[in-house]
Design a protein around this ligand. Structure first.
Ligand SMILES: Nc1ncnc2c1ncn2[C@@H]1O[C@H](COP(=O)(O)OP(=O)(O)OP(=O)(O)O)[C@@H](O)[C@H]1O
Ligand SMILES: [Mg+2]
Length: 277
């Protein structure tokens, strides 16, 4: 369990990235969602002890990130949103270095590395230099490091950004096998739906919603999304409303499109700047 207690982060230039965030993450997989700049990376970096909060704290499985930094670090593994690999080393060398630095013996490390590389389709390129791999393969290599880590808690900041559809499915399948706690940020609604037991939606540094996808979509019960020239919410030149199927059908002839409601609609009704009523 991860308990975020009244957490705030103000960067040195005055940007308030998080404001009094209190959350309890109790589920196996939590997806953090939110628009660009909402504060997802800031929150993930603080939880994984890479960034100090301005105030408040986080308690991970009973350990406070302020008091027990070393102990907490030993129990978690995290993949930042942007990472630079060491170009001349191979995927296998990256994973081996990471695991041995975490105190895992060479013999076991080799086995974990092999498992994770096979699972993520990296086995064929295990000896290539990282600098010669595609962007998506590099990304998968870092995901493999976290998977192989055997950590109690894994933080993944946009692990599947830039991955092809097959690679994404490989990552999902690998994540499903992990027994520990996983906190993942994503912009892919499908991914959140596939993977998460719970989602947290952040808007401008504050959590605005928490629950299972099913639970959160219940507020749209019996309604469909209608897109057209007029309506309650506006994104650029398009208007969106949420209406009963009967009401929506009456608009079809007038150039409106009907769609099923999805997680994306939670972003729309929770504003976030560009959207006007
Ligand atoms: N090092 C920094 N110094 C100053 N401001 C920063 C710094 N890092 C992030 N910010 C600001 O903090 C806010 C939150 O940024 P953060 O990277 O946490 O957002 P995010 O939700 O991860 O966005 P994205 O979806 O684009 O990755 C933004 O306003 C951002 O500009
Ligand atoms: Mg981010």
């Amino acid at each position: 369990m991860i308990e975020i207690k009244n957490l705030s982060k103000r960067y040195s230039d005055g940007t308030k990235a998080l404001e009094h965030v209190s959350l309890k993450l109790k589920k196996r997989v939590t997806c953090i969602l939110g628009r660009n700049g909402a504060g997802k990376t800031t929150l993930t970096r603080i939880m994984s002890t890479q960034l100090k909060p301005s105030s408040g704290t986080v308690v991970i499985n009973g350990l406070d990130i302020r008091d027990d930094v070393d102990e907490v670090r030993g129990r978690l593994s995290s993949i930042p949103q942007e990472v630079d690999p060491w170009d001349i080393a191979s995927p296998e060398e990256h994973i081996m270095m990471y695991l041995t630095a975490r105190g895992i013996g060479r013999h076991e490390a080799k086995r974990y590395a092999e498992e994770s590389m096979k699972e993520l389709g990296l086995w064929e390129v295990r000896d290539k230099a990282m600098g010669d791999l595609s962007g998506g393969m590099k990304r998968k290599c870092f995901v493999a490091m976290a998977l192989a880590s055997q950590a109690e808690v894994i933080f993944l900041d946009e692990p599947t950004t830039g991955l092809d559809p097959i690679s994404r499915i490989e990552v999902w399948a690998a994540l499903r096998k992990i027994k520990g706690t996983i906190v993942i940020t994503t912009h892919y609604m499908e991914e959140a739906k596939e993977l998460s037991d719970e989602v947290v939606l952040i808007d401008k540094g504050r959590p605005v919603m928490q629950g299972s996808v099913e639970e959160l979509l219940r507020k749209f019960k019996g309604k469909v999304r209608v897109e057209g020239p007029a309506g309650r919410y506006r994104i650029g030149g398009m208007h969106i409303s949420y209406l009963t199927t009967a009401a929506a059908k009456r608009l079809v002839d007038k150039g409106y499109t009907i769609k099923q409601v999805s997680l994306e609609d939670l972003f729309i009704i929770h504003g976030g700047g560009l959207i006007e009523g």
